[in-house]
Design a protein around this ligand. Structure first.
Ligand code: PGA
Length: 249
């Protein structure tokens, strides 16, 4: 990380875990054991039905609450979907977009791009995910794949809004598998992502963008990952489900 130029953001991704009742219990405990220091921004992205309980319990703390997806449209006939401005009104600050688990359900780069634009227009901070599969890594096309995801995902994002976007690098082979990318592997791709942003938006903006690593990040490996100059935070799944583990990170 480089705290002189950009924010460090540690975000939890609960995925499809916890009920609103369990959310309240987690947040209540987390509040009491949360470190007082302000060295990073902290976010918890939770299932949509848990947002009200999370926002209510964390009111008057500096923890930001986020969602795990949104629809690209502002309103209309999209049964079961949730618009970005609804999330904002419910008290969300962040929204995870383009997570590999959603891409596996059919979400394309064009969908992710439309959602990133919708989130920015609503005033949310998108956490846009990218990452290669094991097969892609072994075929030597990691950088090509990441370039494509970043370029397509950020298409049409204007210069005055790009600083708000957080990019999360999550190698698919490291998610929920216990197999973390080595700090070197993670750092290499995060540096590459910053270079890609530099080509698109220039050096000043590239320097100010927060890039997270995600994929089996836990208390035991967080320090080494976060010590890499281009890794400015983490997107944490499993280890964000237990207040003490999340606090340790
Ligand atoms: P994990 O999940 O920390 O459980 O590997 C990370 C993520 O999917 O965001």
């Amino acid at each position: 990380m480089n705290r002189k130029y950009r924010k460090t953001v540690i975000a939890g991704n609960w995925k499809m875990n916890k009920t609103p009742t369990e959310t309240k219990a987690f947040m209540t405990e987390f509040k009491t054991i949360m470190p007082r220091g302000r060295w990073c921004d902290v976010a918890l992205c939770v299932p949509a039905v848990c947002i009200p309980a999370a926002v209510r319990t964390m009111r008057e703390t500096r923890i930001g609450i986020g969602a795990e997806n949104c629809n690209a449209n502002a309103s209309g006939a999209y049964t079961g979907e949730i618009a970005a401005n609804m999330l904002l009104d419910a008290g969300c600050k962040y929204v995870i977009l383009g997570h590999s688990e959603r891409r596996a359900m059919g979400e394309t780069d064009a969908d992710v791009n439309a959602k990133v634009l919708a989130a920015l227009n609503a005033g949310l901070t998108p956490i846009m995910c990218c990452g290669e599969s094991l097969e892609q890594r072994q075929s030597g096309i990691t950088t090509e794949w990441i370039t494509m995801q970043i370029k397509l995902g950020l298409a049409g994002v204007p210069e005055d809004k790009i600083r708000k976007v957080i990019i999360a690098y999550e190698p698919i082979w490291a998610i929920g598998t216990g197999k973390t990318a080595t700090a070197e592997q993670a750092a290499e791709v995060c540096t590459f992502i910053r270079t890609t942003v530099r080509h698109l938006y220039g050096a000043r903006i590239a320097r100010s963008i927060t890039i997270q690593y995600g994929g089996s990040m836990k208390p035991a490996n967080a320090a080494e990952l976060l010590a890499q100059p281009d890794i400015d935070g983490g997107l944490i799944g499993g280890a964000a489900l237990k207040p003490d583990q999340f606090v340790d990170i």
